[in-house]
Design a protein around this ligand. Structure first.
Ligand SMILES: Nc1ncnc2c1ncn2[C@@H]1O[C@H](COP(=O)(O)OP(=O)(O)OP(=O)(O)O)[C@@H](O)[C@H]1O
Ligand SMILES: [Mg+2]
Length: 389
């Protein structure tokens, strides 16, 4: 399986997955070439690189992403959890293989780090086809997407990350490509404009997004399979930590793995990151020993990750809501301004987990911290707080 990445890779992008030397060249049908462009405006993954958070690593991102690649599961059988998703895809793969057809277009959605890119790569490996990886903001001009589409061979997977950020022109080119495997290109301008249709090889589009609601319905409707990724359970994350520690050749006890898993916000990427941090700590502070639950807890306290997995930024968001707004509903932009965080990052990276564990609620008038959040941070929730929920 060849992996060709056309992901834009600004230096600060923690999700960058390959070396810069891999940056591809998009060939347009006319034969001119252009490098994939980085996103024109920062997305949640580029923004708010706080040193106080383990959600978005600022330092040695390249090293981290290389390690992430070595840990990434390669086959469906290595992919822990997401039982329902795996069942659906297993059936789709087997049906496609037995009919010698291609996989239906697939849309994967869910918070960052739950395994969307990993699943796209696994699908390509299971189907034994190539996977071309790109990201929506890199597809700014029609020729960017046209170049990718004409280069696809039968059955290939085209993976478009952050698909909710596709420019309108690109999206319109995708409609006939997805439906009829046809590339409609317009040549010339104004009265002399002509539309040409080029047949394409049948391919599978895998789209990934953290914001499924931001997709236009014509695009969403063209995916035969739409699947949501869920936060992982404690036992699944424990298994992921054990697997990662084994790959890193780091001795760890089951309780040590569970302690890391408990603080990983239901997210494999965070579980892996915390495992690496704890490994560093244990190597320096307690050479020669294995990772136990008490050592893991000690290390993660040092990195400001509390027993619920909340980091500095989570606690700051909740504290500002409690202290500055006395728990009254706060709008997203106001919260962003009051905390100095990026609104999109709050919405896509921090909020989903706080909502999931019941520390935050969204009401029509704004976000409110729940009594559980007040207590977790050591505050006594006022009686009126209950009435707001
Ligand atoms: N089910 C899983 N089992 C084991 N490890 C996993 C699983 N899912 C994800 N991972 C690990 O978590 C890391 C992040 O996963 P991945 O890059 O696929 O997330 P993502 O959903 O694409 O995130 P983003 O929205 O930020 O692009 C991977 O490097 C992989 O090692
Ligand atoms: Mg991804």
């Amino acid at each position: 399986m060849a992996i060709i990445s056309s992901k834009p890779q600004p230096p600060s992008d923690p999700s960058a997955e390959q070396d810069k030397s891999d940056r591809p060249v998009h060939k347009s049908p006319q034969g001119s070439a252009s490098a994939a462009k980085p996103a024109s405006h920062p997305g949640p993954k580029d923004a708010a690189q706080s040193d106080n958070t383990l959600l978005q690593p600022a330092a040695n991102a390249e090293e981290t992403s290389k390690q992430e690649e070595s840990i990434r599961p390669q086959r469906l059988s290595d992919y822990v959890g997401q039982k329902a998703l795996k069942e659906v895809l297993d059936i789709a793969i087997r049906a496609a293989q037995s009919r010698q057809e291609i996989l239906d277009h697939l849309l994967l959605y869910g918070p960052p780090g739950l395994g969307k890119t990993t699943m796209a790569l696994i699908l390509a490996a299971e189907m034994n086809v190539n996977c071309k990886i790109t990201t929506a903001p890199a597809l700014e001009r029609p020729r960017d997407i046209a170049g990718l589409l004409v280069g696809l061979q039968k059955g290939d997977i085209l993976f478009i990350d952050e698909i909710h950020r596709l420019p309108r022109v690109t999206e319109e080119i995708l409609y006939p490509a997805m439906e009829d495997f046809r590339l409609d290109i317009t040549i010339g301008k104004g009265q002399n404009a002509k539309t040409r249709s080029l047949p394409l090889n049948r391919f599978t589009l895998v789209g990934a997004t953290t914001k499924v609601g931001a997709l236009t319905s014509p695009l969403r409707d063209r995916f035969g399979l739409v699947q949501r990724l869920r936060f992982y359970e404690l036992d699944e994350l424990t298994q992921i930590v054990l697997r990662t520690a084994e790959i890193l050749a780091t001795p760890i006890t089951e309780a040590g793995a569970a302690e890391i898993a408990r603080r990983a916000r239901g997210t494999p990427r965070i579980a892996n990151r915390l495992t690496r941090r704890v490994r560093d700590y244990v190597e320096v502070k307690a050479t020669g020993t294995q990772i136990t639950d008490s050592l893991a807890a000690e290390a993660l306290e040092l990195f400001n990750v509390d027993p619920c997995g909340l980091d500095w930024t989570d606690r700051r968001l909740l504290t500002v809501m409690i202290e500055n707004f006395a728990g009254r509903p706060v709008g997203l932009d106001t919260l962003a301004a009051a905390t100095g965080e990026d609104a999109q990052t709050i919405e896509e990276v921090y909020e989903p987990y706080l909502l999931q564990i019941g520390y935050l609620q969204r009401t029509p008038r704004g976000r409110i911290p729940t009594p559980a959040a007040w207590r977790h941070l050591g505050y006594q929730p006022p009686e009126t707080q209950l009435a707001l929920i």
